[in-house]
Design a protein around this ligand. Structure first.
Ligand SMILES: O=P(O)(O)OC[C@H]1O[C@](O)(COP(=O)(O)O)[C@@H](O)[C@@H]1O
Ligand SMILES: [Mg+2]
Ligand SMILES: [Mg+2]
Length: 333
């Protein structure tokens, strides 16, 4: 069994460019929050945390009690810890700057505190996703504009899957590594160093019920997968869809595959379902660091210039050769 704890691992990374003691401390604080979230999720109905909160978030989605509890836990662990200048979350309309009187740090963190929340009441894996940026030079209070940096500026990103075990996958821009939480000790141990996503795959993940709403190039790609050995791909493909991005992407991080939430004509005002700043960017950073690829179908996600905090984006990520194929189909039109 590995004995490298997350804390020791972070210490060893201090030699890397851009990795500071403050960044490491912020990741430790986030790990602590995720430990608490893991405990709350594991207790479930016993802790009275399941069910609806009776409120909506800024995107008009009904909030679960756990959406709010997990958001509060992330804030409690990081806002006053001296490492961040401000936070942004799926569950908050606006950015949350460090209040006057509290120590301000140099980092900005964006997060989806509970990903896959529709799964929480049916006891299926959910997750947390976080993205860390450096605050641009500047005086005065932190602004939303400070957060609107492309994903290629992230200094670290991670996700946690609350599944049969609680797993943290982290990148500091030097590969992607996986840690398992020892719940009794409250310590994450390195258990999956140097994750590598195979370039080719025979497994895809997409919500097929939206097929008629996709662009024709996406319909063509998926139809070819379904034709299997009898079609142009000349091999059979398997399909999986958990409907928690963290769980679906973690499967791909482990054994390869392609994850797609494409542009959807169901609601032409929304250019995709997933959120750029705290879902697509961090997951794309981790995916690329593990040798995979991630695009909107037309453009590398990490190069998308953000225009608003809660903006949505189409996502195609996973095994590099498969992502390249889908992107090629999109660029034909
Ligand atoms: O229910 P659908 O449309 O298949 O959507 C599933 C997608 O929605 C999400 O649940 C959105 O996440 P939230 O739970 O954070 O809103 C993704 O995790 C997932 O990939
Ligand atoms: Mg989410
Ligand atoms: Mg969420």
């Amino acid at each position: 069994m590995t004995t490298l704890t997350l804390s020791r691992y972070l210490q060893q990374k201090l030699d890397l460019p851009g990795v500071t003691p403050e960044l490491c401390e912020l990741i430790r604080q986030t790990g602590d929050a995720c430990h608490r979230i893991s405990d709350a999720i594991a207790k479930g109905a016993l802790a009275g945390v399941l069910g609806q909160a009776g409120s909506e978030n800024v995107q008009g989605e009904e909030q679960k009690k756990l959406d709010i509890i997990t958001n509060d836990l992330m804030i409690a662990a990081t806002l006053g810890g001296g490492c961040v200048a401000g936070l942004a979350s799926e569950e908050m309309d606006e950015i949350l700057p460090v209040p006057d009187g509290m120590k301000e740090g140099r980092y900005l963190m964006l997060f989806d505190p509970l990903d896959g929340s529709s799964n929480i009441d049916v006891n299926i894996s959910v997750g947390t996703i976080f993205s860390i940026l450096e605050r641009p030079d500047g005086q005065g209070p932190v602004t939303e504009q400070d957060f609107l940096q492309p994903g290629n500026q992230q200094v670290a990103a991670g996700y946690v899957v609350y599944g049969p075990s609680t797993l943290l996958v982290l990148t500091l821009g030097d590969g992607a590594d996986g840690f398992t939480l020892d719940r009794e000790q409250g310590v994450f141990y390195l258990t999956a160093p140097n994750l590598q996503v195979p370039k080719d795959t025979k497994e895809f993940a997409i919500n097929m019920s939206n097929m008629r709403h996709w662009e024709l190039n996406m319909q063509r790609y998926v139809r070819e997968l379904l034709e299997g050995i009898t079609g142009v791909r000349e091999k059979d493909f398997n399909m999986r869809w958990v409907a928690s991005m963290v769980a679906d992407v973690h499967r791909i991080m482990t054994r390869g595959g392609i994850f797609m939430y494409p542009y959807d004509l169901k609601d032409p005002s929304k250019p995709g379902k997933l959120r750029l700043m705290y879902e697509a960017n961090p997951m794309s950073f981790i995916m690329e660091q593990a040798g995979g690829a991630s695009t909107t179908g037309r453009q590398r996600i990490l190069d998308v210039t953000p225009t608003s905090l809660h903006q949505r984006v189409p996502v195609v990520m996973g095994s590099a050769n498969e992502v390249e194929r889908v992107t090629g189909y999109h660029l034909e039109t």
